[in-house]
Design a binder for this molecule. Structure first.
Ligand code: PLP
Length: 384
């Protein structure tokens, strides 16, 4: 195969030449093919364990004949429904092609290349760092506390008069750690005057008590807070790409101004509206995740894993054997979990909360692999 390096004659931006792309979870198709398996369980990308809502599927089928039309720019129908559902001013809302698009847009609206900086936690969702670097902003990484809680003092010490953004994920990925709305609001009050706090709430709906964690109800009292939410997790629309942001109206107006006009497609918009209306599917998803999270955490602990407390639809854990080996052995058995090397956490794994049958299959495989491994260790101790 021909190598895809462009000739040095082209003025490619240096930031692009050295750019490392996002490292996603492995796909079902990749694993089926590589290991010649017919049945694969994917617990790697925090997708909805119940799939997509039946109402959403009906709405997509109903809208199929209309895909020759362009969507309405700004997706007013969806914005109207969201504003109603959330109780926020529609002037504060923007829909995007996943919340990923909104992260990218925010970083292109605010912050001067070569002048401003972005403060991030390390480790955190890699898209923040990637898009900040592409925008030419200086990235300051602040290590999480050793228990994966937020280092508030260190964050404050890293902010200055050139900080454009601070990014926090609550509940956090990959740890599942959550912090209170009260603590976040206090932090937002102490931000430098020109800085914005982006609070990524991709997993907020899986918290025991989302209202105590989200400052949503206090948006009107703040002028430096941006909330990001997604239809990819609770609403089961990861493949359709739909997210939204809640932000000060002046910022929403600027983001809308530069956004590509049709980035939220016509099916995503209709599916989003149907998903908002399907309260049954939503509560079934929440119930499944919360019940199974408790169950899975307790069984993993019984199997010798160190499990971190999680308010999200996944668990991060340290297995009682080498995490990379465990990840590989699980793949051989057709179970995909997420290794955390790309987060710099090579001793940990992250598993999405699946349906009960999937979680049991995962636990069963894990138990066998760990037992095999300790037998091997005992053998080599006897023979060594
Ligand atoms: C899954 C996830 C998202 C969602 O991204 P989309 O682009 O909306 O699919 C956002 N932030 C974090 C931290 C996530 O884990």
């Amino acid at each position: 195969m021909q190598h895809a390096t462009p000739s040095s004659a082209y003025p490619v931006r240096p930031v692009v030449t050295s750019f490392a792309p996002y490292s996603p979870g492995l796909s079902l198709q990749e694993i089926r093919k590589a290991y010649q398996l017919s049945h694969v369980i994917k617990l790697a990308s925090n997708e909805n364990p119940l799939g997509a809502s039946p109402l959403v599927q009906q709405s997509i089928a109903r809208e199929a004949p209309v895909v020759f039309r362009y969507p309405r720019s700004g997706n007013p129908e969806l914005i109207h429904e969201l504003a109603k559902a959330l109780g926020v001013d529609p002037a504060r809302l923007i829909a995007g092609n996943g919340s990923d698009e909104l992260i990218d847009l925010l970083l292109r609206v605010v912050g001067l290349p070569g002048e401003n900086n972005v403060v991030l936690l390390e480790p955190s969702f890699s898209i923040y760092r990637m898009q900040a670097e592409l925008s030419g902003l200086d990235v300051r990484r602040v290590p999480l506390n050793s228990d994966f809680s937020f280092p508030w003092r260190a964050l404050e010490q890293n902010m200055d008069e050139r900080t454009a953004f601070v990014f926090l994920t609550n509940p956090d990925n990959p740890s599942g750690h959550a912090t209170s709305a009260r603590r976040i609001l206090r932090f937002a009050e102490n931000l430098p005057e020109q800085a914005l706090l982006v609070l990524d709430e991709a997993y907020i709906d899986f918290a025991e008590d989302p209202d105590s964690l989200s400052p949503l109800k206090h948006m009107e009292e703040t002028d430096n807070l941006v909330l990001l939410r997604t239809f990819s997790k609770l609403y089961g629309l990861a493949g359709l790409r739909l997210g939204y942001g809640i932000m000060p109206p002046w910022l929403a107006e600027l983001v809308q101004r530069i956004k590509l006009p049709f980035s939220v497609n016509i099916l995503a918009e209709k599916a989003g509206i149907a998903a908002l209306r399907d309260t049954v599917f939503r509560s079934m998803t929440r119930e499944t995740v919360l019940d199974q999270r408790r169950e899975l955490a307790s069984r993993l602990t019984d199997l010798g894993c160190c499990v971190y407390p999680s308010q999200a639809n996944f668990l991060m854990f340290q297995p009682p054997m080498d995490a990379q080996t465990l990840h590989r052995r699980l793949l051989e058995k057709g179970i995909i979990v997420r290794p955390l090397n790309s987060y710099g956490l090579s001793e940990y794994l992250r598993v999405s909360i699946g349906r009960e049958d999937e979680n049991l299959a995962f636990l069963d495989a894990l138990q066998r692999i760990v037992a095999d491994e300790s037998e091997k260790t005992a053998d080599s101790a006897r023979n060594g």
